[in-house]
Structure formats: structure tokens, C-alpha cells
Design a binder for this molecule. Structure first.
Ligand SMILES: Nc1nc2c(c(=O)[nH]1)N[C@H]1C(S)=C(S)[C@@H](COP(=O)(O)O)O[C@H]1N2
Ligand SMILES: [Mo]
Length: 207
């Protein structure tokens, strides 16, 4: 707040984490190309430390406990968007169907094109974590991850992996694409966990 007044009403400002700025139009941000989607060959696999590996077609996935989550999005490059309505299946529904084994501590997201990201199983089990196929009442746009992306609202955007094809449950963490290029393993925007050099010794453990 200054002589020109607050930049945003307090209710909006309170939703913008430190070092972030609100943008009006939703940026597109990724490395590499946008993969093609062929529904006949597409699948989503849930595998690794599970009782039952899953291999779901697009139709099977969409029939599985669909949910809508309204969430804000924060990219580590500094932009935030507020009030995104995502439609998808909660990760927890997939984990329950597959049956996470007791040793599972981390989830590696695998994408078409080879992009990966790692998340603690605990962070993934949050109510607001979806594998999403819809945004704003419409199918996801290709640039934004159609046919399927991960949405992890409480983490910086690079964890919300687009063109998702696999979720692998593992005991010991394996750093994903950005995590091994100097970005933080937990990536909580409210704690400004941007860079790996900020990580404490506990970062490799289940939080
Ligand atoms: N497969 C894949 N997913 C990705 C990325 C990527 O490079 N490849 N970039 C991430 C980053 S850094 C951000 S901020 C968000 C951006 O999502 P958007 O392009 O829909 O805004 O996607 C994430 N998901
Ligand atoms: Mo990002």
C-alpha cells in the first residue's frame, strides 16, 4: 500500500505468495514440443510400489470419481493466476485403487516427451491434487497439457506436470527435470522454496 493505494484488494493480495505477481492471461510454459494425443494408444499408468499396477484408458480414467478443484497457480518465474477451476480425478483415488505399499514415500510424475517431476506421497495425497483433463468447464488446451496434466496447487507450477502418462511410487526420491537443475524438491510458494540450495538436510526425507 502506498500513495496510489493497494495494488490489489486485500482479499486478492492475501492469495499472492511472496515474490509473485498476478497475471491476467494464463501463460504457456514448458520445455520441448507439445505431444500428439492418440486416444487409441494413450494410457495412464500407476506403478512401482503398489499392490496393483494400473493402466487406464482415457475413458476409464474420466469415469473414476471425477472432481472439480478451484485453485491458484504459482510459477517460480514469478507469475500467479487465481481461481482456476480444474476438472479431473484426485490422485488419492488412483492411489487407493492401486494400493500404495507401506514403503512408498515419493511419486515420480512421467510425461510424454520425457519431462519428470518428483513429489512426496504425502503432498500428493492432499485433497486438491488432481490428474486433470478440464479447465474452466472445457477440455484442457493442448498447450496447457491436454489430454492430462497433474495439478498440485500447493507447489510451484513446475510440479504440475503436463501431458502426464505415468505416476511411479518409489521409496527413495529421484529428482525430476527441474529438481535436478537446481530447483527445490518441496517447492512450497508460501515458503518461497524456489532453489535447491535452500533445501535443508531433511529435504530428502518424507516431510
Ligand atoms: N511436461 C511438462 N510439464 C510442465 C512443464 C514442462 O516443461 N513440461 N513446465 C512446468 C512449468 S515450469 C509450469 S509453470 C507449468 C505451466 O503450466 P501452463 O503452461 O499450463 O501455464 O507447467 C509445468 N508442467
Ligand atoms: Mo514454471
Amino acid at each position: 500500500m502506498g500513495v496510489f493505494g493497494p495494488r490489489h484488494p486485500a482479499a486478492i493480495a492475501a492469495r499472492i505468495p511472496p515474490g509473485q505477481r498476478l497475471v491476467k492471461t494464463w501463460p504457456v510454459l514448458h520445455v520441448g514440443g507439445v505431444p500428439r494425443f492418440d486416444e487409441a494408444t494413450w494410457d495412464l499408468r500407476v506403478f512401482g510400489l503398489v499392490e496393483r499396477s494400473l493402466r487406464l484408458s482415457y475413458a476409464e480414467l474420466k469415469a473414476l470419481r471425477p472432481a472439480v478443484v478451484r485453485a491458484d497457480m504459482h510459477c517460480v518465474t514469478g507469475w500467479s493466476t487465481l481461481g482456476n477451476d480444474w476438472e479431473g480425478t484426485p490422485f488419492r483415488a488412483l492411489a487407493e485403487r492401486a494400493g500404495a505399499l507401506p514403503g512408498a514415500r515419493w511419486v515420480i510424475a512421467h510425461c510424454d516427451g520425457g519431462y519428470t517431476s518428483d513429489l512426496s506421497l504425502q503432498a500428493m495425497m492432499d485433497d486438491d491434487v488432481l490428474v486433470a483433463w478440464g479447465h474452466g468447464g472445457r477440455p484442457l488446451e493442448r498447450d496447457h497439457g491436454f489430454p492430462l496434466r497433474l495439478v498440485v496447487p500447493k507447489r510451484y507450477g513446475w510440479k504440475s506436470a503436463k501431458w502426464l502418462r505415468g505416476l511411479e511410487l518409489v521409496a527413495a526420491n529421484r529428482r525430476g527435470f527441474w529438481e535436478e537443475r537446481g530447483y527445490h524438491v518441496h517447492a512450497d510458494p508460501w515458503r518461497e522454496e524456489r532453489y535447491a540450495h535452500q533445501e535443508g538436510p531433511e529435504a530428502a526425507e518424507e516431510p
